[in-house]
Design a protein around this ligand. Structure first.
Ligand SMILES: C[S@@+](CC[C@H](N)C(=O)[O-])C[C@H]1O[C@@H](n2cnc3c(N)ncnc32)[C@H](O)[C@@H]1O
Length: 252
């Protein structure tokens, strides 16, 4: 596998951003824990004995989950050495679960080698999704699947901020410049200029189809009534979808 570095700066190696992100993920009732991860997990195939990769694995929670649930081999790829150090420190030391520093923009995986390629909230940073989709397709075994979550395109299209009414309350979520795919700089985790790469829903789906994958499922989940009763601050997340999740398969 080729992991030569690309041009992507390892955003999450910035200590302030890493600590802010880490603190956010440690909170009780995060959108990730309550909405994104359960839905991602619901899309997964039988894991026993499979070979899997996680693109943008962060601190490796999903890699450990796949391994603990029976995957024969799991490789997590991430650009951030800070993320990978944490992942390695929290994972059992075994040959079959390992982490590689790599830029997804240039990562080449061995052809027909993987049953499952997963990516959780990393692909909205990638500029060349067409190249990633083509390389994912080549790396999957026939029948293998690509499952990913991204920030929903109605979230990535604009500044990622609610419009406020005169009373200071959230009045609406602005969807603007939706059809203009490309880079955005947003206010996030205490920084004013965190990059995202916006794509439309059609952009994501048609790129997968053009790469030779078949769409299995497309989901736009939000918090359930039960989740909102427990964490009322999640209620606004039903006003627009926070995530887009996709499952696609390589034809047999
Ligand atoms: C929001 S975090 C999600 C981490 C993990 N998947 C999770 O859900 O806990 C996004 C991750 O994608 C990684 N990432 C972003 N762009 C990348 C790129 N071009 N190549 C490799 N990793 C990248 C970041 O370093 C970061 O660890």
């Amino acid at each position: 596998m080729s992991t030569k570095p690309g041009n992507t700066p390892a955003l999450y190696d910035d200590l302030e951003l890493f600590l802010a992100y880490d603190a956010m993920r440690m909170q009780d009732g995060t959108l990730n824990e309550v909405v994104e991860i359960p839905v991602l997990v619901s899309l997964m195939p039988e894991l026993a004995g499979i070979a899997a990769a996680d693109l943008g694995c962060g601190t490796g929670a999903m890699c450990r989950r796949l391994f603990e649930q029976g995957a024969a081999s799991v490789t997590g790829f991430d650009a951030s050495e800070r993320m990978l150090s944490r992942a390695r420190a929290q994972s059992p030391s075994t040959h079959n679960l390992h982490y590689v520093q790599a830029d997804l923009e240039v990562l080449h995986l061995p052809p027909n080698s993987l049953d499952l390629i997963l990516s959780s909230l990393a692909l909205h940073y990638v500029v060349d999704f067409t190249a990633v989709a083509q390389r994912v397709t080549a790396a999957l075994k026939p029948g293998g699947c690509f499952i990913f979550s991204v920030e929903h395109p109605v979230v990535t299209c604009n500044r990622r901020e609610w419009l406020l009414g005169k009373d200071g309350a959230r009045s609406s979520w602005p969807v603007d410049h939706y059809l203009d795919e490309g880079p955005r700089a947003i206010r996030w985790m205490g920084s004013e200029t965190v990059p995202r790469h916006h794509r439309t829903i059609a952009g994501y789906v048609n790129t997968l189809l053009d790469a030779g994958l078949v769409l299995n499922r497309l989901l736009e989940p939000g918090p359930s009534e039960e989740a909102i009763a427990r964490w009322p601050r999640l209620a606004d997340q039903r006003r627009r979808p926070p995530f887009l999740l996709v499952k696609a398969e390589k034809p047999v």
